[in-house]
Structures are given as structure tokens and as C-alpha cells.
Write a protein that binds this ligand. Sequence first.
Ligand code: SAM
Length: 253
Amino acid sequence: MNREPTTPANIYETEALLQQYLLFHYGTAEDQLPYWFGPHEALFYPVRCVSEFLPRLGSVSRALDLGCAVGRASFELSRWADSVVGIDLSQRFIEAAELIQQTGRIDIRILEEGSRFSSVTRYLDKELKRFRCRFQATDALSLSPDFGNFDLVLAANLLDRVPDPVRLLAELKRLVAPGGYVILASPYTWLEEFTSRRKWLSSPDQPTLNMIQSYLEPELTLVETKDLSFLIREHARKFQWSVAQVSVWKRGM
Ligand SMILES: C[S@@+](CC[C@H](N)C(=O)[O-])C[C@H]1O[C@@H](n2cnc3c(N)ncnc32)[C@H](O)[C@@H]1O
């Protein structure tokens, strides 16, 4: 099978992005940011997308992680949920998440510079109930009508990576059970490679959050918003520092 596609839409099938996301999700602080200075508070974003909110929202029966990538937030959700479904369009990311689930082990090839790499092996926290998770390679915008509903739906950094963000918002409304919560996190980095300009949730006169609100209300009510920074290492001397806006929504009974 050809493993190196070239179109921007399937960048998440490449070896480079796989290793970048394994590091982003499972690397230690030292693996990700090997300096005493720098934005250390931006590390462990997939963990914080869960730990910043779930203690207040409480335990749930069924959780869904849309755009789960290599699975760290799904595993974190297993601390709080009896069952977790992680969905991602990337077959390669889902295979990596499933391997981590089976072995508890993560082998990461870290880009240092140019063509120089280092390798580390990390292990999943044994406290995590990893066998509560199930991963599925599929399109979050085309889930079947009988996919069921969930007490908690997390969509972290997915909204600005799909071709039709309004459709994703409609899916969030459909997938969350009455009384359940949606955690929607995004840095709103709108790019034409992923979303045609006419579909961006962006307007000259109002922030993206207002547009999201107009699509999610009245079925969902905004509970809180929070800024969460995150750091993605490209190589030892180049990083992407971003700030996601996390909005938490509750569905009425
Ligand atoms: C920017 S990454 C974010 C991953 C992860 N949630 C995180 O915060 O690290 C976007 C992820 O969404 C996935 N994705 C993109 N379009 C998707 C779709 N239509 N359905 C499901 N997953 C999708 C990509 O494969 C990628 O893993």
C-alpha cells in the first residue's frame, strides 16, 4: 500500500505527522520542549482538554472523541467514562492508537534537525482504563444515523480541519445525549487546504464563537469558555505555539 500520499487533505496519513502527533500526545516534557525556558504550560494539551473540564462535569457513561488522532484524549477520557469511542479519518493514526491500546507502549521517532532523529519509548499510564476505548477510522461528518448518542462529546482541534464546519456542529448536536456535554476546542486556524473560504466560520464583524453559538443554540447552551495553549514541536528548534478557545456546551433534557 502506498503510505506517502501528497495531498493536503490526507497529511494525517504521513509518517512525519504520525511521529509529530505521537510526540505531541505521549512525549514527556523533556521530549517535547528540551529547554528550561519556553511555554511549558502549553504541554500535554490532549490531557488538559479532558482534565480541565471533566472533574467539574463528572463521570459519564459514554464518551466520544471526534478527531482523536493517536488517541491520548480518548485514553484520558477512560478515567471518567465507562466506554469511549475515538474516531479519526486517518487510518494510520487509528492503527497507532490501537497498537498503543494493545501494548501500552509508544515508540516515537523525534525529529531533531534536518535528517537527524532520536528515538524514545514511552508507556501509557497504567491507571488509565485503556480497554474501555474503541477506535474507529471513519469520517466524523458521515457517521451513520444509528451511531447512538453520548454523554460527552469532545472535538479538539477538528472544527478548522473539516470541509464543512457547520455540518460538524450539526453532528455534535445530534451525537450528544439529552443532559450531556460537548467540549469543542479550536484555535480557529482557517485554511483553504482544509475548508473552502466560503465555509469558514469567520466573519469581519463577529468572532467565530458567536457564529458557533448561532448554530448550536437553542438545543445546546454555552456553559463556559477557556483559553488553552498548546505546543507542537516541528523539530528541536522550531515549534508551533497556539491558543485554542475551548467552549463547553450542555444539551437540554
Ligand atoms: C489538528 S488534528 C487534532 C487531533 C487531536 N484531537 C488533538 O487535539 O491532538 C485533526 C485531526 O482530525 C482528523 N480529521 C480530519 N478530518 C476528519 C473527519 N472528517 N473525521 C474525523 N477525523 C478527521 C485528522 O486526521 C487529525 O487526526
